[in-house]
Design a protein around this ligand. Structure first.
Ligand SMILES: Cc1cc2nc3c(=O)[nH]c(=O)nc-3n(C[C@H](O)[C@H](O)[C@H](O)COP(=O)(O)OP(=O)(O)OC[C@H]3O[C@@H](n4cnc5c(N)ncnc54)[C@H](O)[C@@H]3O)c2cc1C
Length: 416
């Protein structure tokens, strides 16, 4: 039996594996379960897909342990400041961020911790927990759930109409995103591809298509909302979190999170890039929502916009409407919560302890820890915030190298 199993080997899972190693958990006692071949592979795929070249977050937010590690790494590689870090917050280039993560994975032997697979269920066993995967079960005394966000919500009802008619449609977050059919349709029909969404990923995708010479319309529900970050930096420390933590009700915390998150916003430098692309006629920007879609006999579709009643003719549709609002790991997370009698808030998300222990040896990170970590939980910095608590837990409980077995009593906070 493992001492620790981390479910999810993205930014959070990778950082947390480094945290546990630094807290003395031996390599043989720790594994990271993830369906991709390499650490952070899903993140790399998605960021490359959008065509982004710089992160939105500051250079002190990365997967390593020391906040300044990325700057040191860039220095070692003689990667110039201007080339790889931008602006007041020294936002890193995607290239240096990835190179740093890959180097860490190599140096720390993270490949050796990985088990390829997807968690399909979580149950209690004698002395620990069992995670079911497609290829067998993994037993561990403690499990950290770090699976990222839920898959996108169902698309608007007019999307299946287009799909049935053979119009190219895809979601930016689906497993792979071949752009060939969109490029071909745009070229054959001499019509643009519609990118649906008004947030950072939608704008970056539209900019990328524009740069590649694919005619593109960006359709957002509202005019661009401009904010430097996903949430105010006050949420990274006591300035705002003190009030959040003093609020005992999960519903009230959820409301604070919803208010605090600048969902669907872009930073000024991206808004500027879109203005330039629009002036150059590389991207056409429209505000509105589609109320009707009519496939055209020769290919493509005519979309009617609500209110103004305008129509746009498109060759295909790329959905960039973000992650789903539900908790990740559906449907089994809810079943596990019921079976192990672990607390869920009315919004369906777990209610963890301040240590991010949910109960029964299950620890949380990312979206699943949001009701304790606050609005930045899903970001890169959320991994660091969760990592601090996990390290404190592991050290305080003297869990390494020999871990205490979590008690079976539901809700037994001390033993976890
Ligand atoms: C294009 C883009 C740009 C972004 N830019 C920034 C930025 O600049 N700064 C910032 O702070 N944030 C940014 N974000 C948000 C970013 O997604 C998060 O900060 C980060 O990826 C969250 O890490 P994570 O580990 O929670 O999720 P992920 O990186 O998505 O990793 C989750 C992993 O868990 C795996 N997994 C899921 N379910 C299971 C299962 N059942 N069993 C096993 N494994 C599972 C997934 O396959 C994946 O490998 C960006 C997001 C996108 C999409």
């Amino acid at each position: 039996m493992l001492d620790w199993l981390i479910v999810g080997g993205g930014i959070h899972g990778t950082h947390l594996s480094l945290v546990l190693r630094s807290a003395g958990v031996p390599e043989r006692a720790l594994r990271v379960l993830d369906p991709w071949d390499e650490p952070l592979e899903r993140w790399r795929e998605l960021t490359e897909r959008t065509g982004m070249t710089f992160l939105r977050s500051p250079g002190v937010h990365h997967v390593g342990l020391d906040p300044y590690d990325l700057f040191r790494f860039a220095g070692r590689r003689r990667a110039g400041s201007d080339e790889h870090f931008r602006g007041r917050y020294r936002r890193p280039s995607l290239a240096i961020f990835q190179a740093h993560a890959q180097a860490l994975a190599r140096e720390e032997g993270l490949d050796g911790l990985r088990v390829k697979g997807r968690a399909l269920g979580l149950t209690r066993t004698r002395g620990g927990l069992r995670v079911e995967t497609e290829t067998g079960n993994l037993d561990a005394r403690r499990v950290v759930l770090a699976p990222g966000s839920a898959p996108p919500d169902a698309p608007p009802p007019w999307i299946p109409v287009l799909e049935e008619a053979g119009v190219p449609v895809a979601h930016l977050f689906q497993k792979t995103l071949p752009l060939g059919p969109f490029r071909q349709a745009a070229f054959d029909l001499d019509r643009p591809v519609l990118v649906l969404g008004g947030g950072l990923t939608a704008v970056q995708l539209a900019l990328r298509l524009g740069r590649e010479g694919i005619p593109v319309i960006l359709l957002a529900r509202t005019p661009l909302r401009v904010h430097a970050f996903d949430s105010d930096p006050g949420w990274l420390g006591p300035k705002f979190l003190q009030g959040f933590w003093s609020e005992p009700s999960p519903e009230a915390r959820r409301a604070l999170i919803v208010n605090a998150r600048n969902r669907g916003s872009v930073p000024e430098w991206i808004a500027g890039a879109l203005r330039v692309a629009a002036e150059r006629q590389e991207v056409r920007v429209e505000v509105g929502a589609v109320c009707r879609a009519q496939p055209k006999p020769g290919g493509g579709a005519v979309l009617t916009l609500e209110q103004q009643g305008d129509t746009v003719e498109v060759a295909g549709v790329l959905l960039a409407t973000g992650w789903g609002g539900a908790p990740p790991l559906a449907p089994w997370l809810g079943e596990t919560a019921r079976e192990l009698r672990l607390p869920l808030s009315p919004c369906g998300f777990p209610v963890p302890e301040p240590s991010l222990l949910w109960g029964g040896g299950i620890h949380l990170s990312g979206a699943l820890a949001e009701l304790e970590v606050g609005p930045a939980a899903r970001n890169i910095i959320g991994a660091r915030m969760a990592g601090e608590r996990l390290r404190d837990f592991a050290l305080h409980a003297r869990l390494s190298p020999r871990l205490a077995t979590p008690r079976r009593t539901p809700g037994d906070r001390l033993a976890g």
